[in-house]
Design a protein around this ligand. Structure first.
Ligand code: AMP
Length: 430
C-alpha cells in the first residue's frame, strides 16, 4: 500500500508547480503570537434529527490549521456556513435558527480541539466585538452561521468589513466553498494586507495536489470521468483534453457518446441536445492525440432500481426498455489495464449507479484499479464528484494519493477555472 500526499512526493517533477503558492504568504511563516486570526473553515457537517454530527470529516480536516494557530500563541475567530438557511426559511419567512445554528458544532469542538471554545450568537455586531476583544491566546470563538446574513452569499462589502474587524490575520481553509464569491470566503480578504492573509493547511494541500495532478509530467496521465450528465462535465472534459494522454468516460454520460456514434442505447441516460457536442469532443481528442476509452459493454436494467432485472449488453446494442446502469466486465478489464499503465490519475465521477449495490461493481473495480496503480507508483487524485463517496465507502481513502474534500470546488479547479476564494488570497479580486 502506498499513500502519498503532495508533501511526501520528493522525486516527481514539480517544475512549474509552486507559482500558485509562492506568491502567497504561507501560514507557517506567519507569527500568530498574541494575534487574532479570522479563519474561514467548512463546518457544513451532516446532522441527524437531534442535531448530532453524523460525520465529522470536515471538522477534522480543519483541525491542523486551527491547532497551528493556537499552538503558536494565537486565538481563532472561526467562521463557517451550515446548510442553506436562506433557502429553507421558516413558514413566516424567518431563518430556521434552531436547525441551522452552528451551536451544534460549537458543543462538539472542545472534544476535538482541547481548548476553550466560545460561541457568538451573532456573526457581527457589538456583542460579538466584545467577545472578540476578550478572547485570549489559545482560545476559539465560533461565530454564528455566516449564511444567516443575506450579505454573505452576495459577497457584500459592508458585511465582510464587519467580519474583517475581528482579525489581525485572515486565513481561508474552506476549500469546499472556494468556488463561491461570498463575503467570508472572498470579499473579506480585501481588508487584509497580503502579508496578513494566507491559505490554511487544508486549502494549501488541496491546491498543491490538484495543481500537481493537472501539471504532472509523469506520463501517461489518465483521467476517469463519470457521473450522470455530459452537460455537468463539459468544461471538465474540454479542459482535460489539453492535459491528459487517456480519457476514460463511464457512467451515465457515456451513453450520449454511444448514441452520437450511432449506437442503440435503449432507455439509457442521454442528452439529445449534446450529441453533436459529444462528436466534437471525440474529434478534438483525436486531434490532440488523446486516447478515449468508452465502455464497450454494460450491465443493463429494465428499470431504474436495484431490484430491476439485469443482464449484460454491448454499448451499441441496448434493447428498448433497458438502460445501462453500470459498465460491464470487458470495459472493466480495458479500463483497469489503462490505469495500471498510468503514472498520473485523476478521477471524477462514478462508472455507474453505485448507490445500487447491483450496479456498483464497475465503480468498485475502478476504485480498486486506481488503488493498485497507486501502489505501483502512480499519483492519484480523486475529487469533485461522487467518486469521492465511492472511494470512502470502499475504505480505499488511504490507498489513493489524495482524496479531495471539495466537491464543486475541485470540479471547477480541474476545469481550469479561477476560484474566487483562491484568487482573493492572491489579491486577484477587484
Ligand atoms: P456526479 O455527481 O456528477 O459524479 O454524478 C453522480 C451520479 O451519477 C450518481 O448519483 C450516479 O448514480 C449517477 N450515474 C452514474 N452512472 C449512471 C447511469 N448509467 N445512469 C444514471 N445515472 C448514473
Amino acid at each position: 500500500m502506498r499513500r502519498e500526499t503532495f508533501s511526501q512526493i520528493s522525486n516527481l517533477k514539480i517544475s512549474n508547480l509552486f507559482f500558485l503558492l509562492a506568491i502567497n504568504m504561507n501560514i507557517k511563516d506567519i507569527n500568530f503570537k498574541g494575534k487574532k486570526a479570522l479563519v474561514r473553515v467548512d463546518f457544513n457537517v451532516p446532522l441527524d434529527a437531534d442535531f448530532n454530527i453524523t460525520d465529522d470529516t470536515r471538522i477534522q480536516a480543519a483541525l491542523p490549521t486551527l491547532r497551528h494557530i493556537l499552538d503558536n500563541g494565537g486565538s481563532a475567530i472561526v467562521m463557517s456556513h451550515l446548510g442553506r438557511p436562506q433557502k429553507k426559511l421558516n413558514e413566516d419567512g424567518s431563518i430556521n435558527t434552531r436547525k441551522f445554528t452552528l451551536r451544534h458544532v460549537a458543543g462538539y469542538l472542545p472534544n476535538v480541539l482541547n481548548c476553550i471554545v466560545k460561541f457568538a450568537d451573532d456573526a457581527i455586531g457589538e456583542e460579538t466585538e466584545k467577545y472578540v476583544a476578550e478572547l485570549k491566546p489559545g482560545e476559539v470563538l465560533l461565530l454564528e452561521n455566516t449564511r444567516f446574513y443575506k450579505g454573505e452569499k452576495k459577497g457584500n462589502s459592508e458585511f465582510a468589513k464587519q467580519l474583517a474587524k475581528f482579525g489581525d490575520i485572515y486565513i481561508n481553509d474552506a476549500f469546499g466553498t472556494a468556488h463561491r464569491a461570498h463575503a467570508s470566503t472572498t470579499t473579506v480578504a480585501n481588508y487584509f494586507a497580503p502579508e496578513n492573509r494566507a491559505f490554511g493547511l487544508l486549502m494549501e494541500n488541496e491546491i498543491k495536489n490538484a495543481t500537481y495532478a493537472l501539471n504532472s509530467e509523469e506520463r501517461p496521465i489518465t483521467a476517469i470521468t463519470g457521473g450522470a450528465k455530459v452537460s455537468d462535465k463539459l468544461l471538465l472534459l474540454e479542459s482535460l483534453l489539453d492535459r491528459v494522454d487517456n480519457l476514460i468516460i463511464g457512467g451515465g454520460m457515456a451513453y450520449t457518446f454511444a448514441k452520437a456514434q450511432g449506437g442503440s442505447i435503449g432507455n439509457s441516460l442521454c442528452e439529445e441536445d449534446k450529441l453533436d457536442l459529444a462528436l466534437n469532443l471525440l474529434k478534438t481528442a483525436k486531434e490532440k492525440n488523446v486516447n478515449i476509452y468508452l465502455p464497450t459493454d454494460n450491465k443493463i436494467a429494465d428499470g431504474f432500481s436495484n431490484d430491476a432485472n439485469n443482464q449484460f449488453a454491448s454499448t451499441s446494442n441496448i434493447p428498448d426498455g433497458w438502460m445501462g446502469l453500470d459498465i460491464g466486465p470487458e470495459s472493466i478489464d480495458t479500463f483497469r489495464e489503462v490505469l495500471l499503465n498510468s503514472k498520473t490519475i485523476l478521477w471524477n465521477g462514478p462508472m455507474g449507479v453505485f448507490e445500487f449495490e447491483n450496479f456498483a461493481s464497475g465503480t468498485k473495480a475502478i476504485a480498486n484499479a486506481v488503488a493498485d496503480a497507486t501502489a505501483k507508483g502512480a499519483f492519484s487524485l480523486v475529487g469533485g464528484g461522487d467518486s469521492v463517496a465511492a472511494v470512502k465507502q470502499m475504505g480505499l481513502g488511504d490507498k489513493v494519493s489524495f482524496v479531495s474534500t471539495g466537491g464543486g470546488a475541485m470540479l471547477e479547479f480541474l476545469e481550469g477555472k479561477e476560484l474566487p476564494g483562491i484568487a482573493a488570497i492572491q489579491g486577484n479580486v477587484a
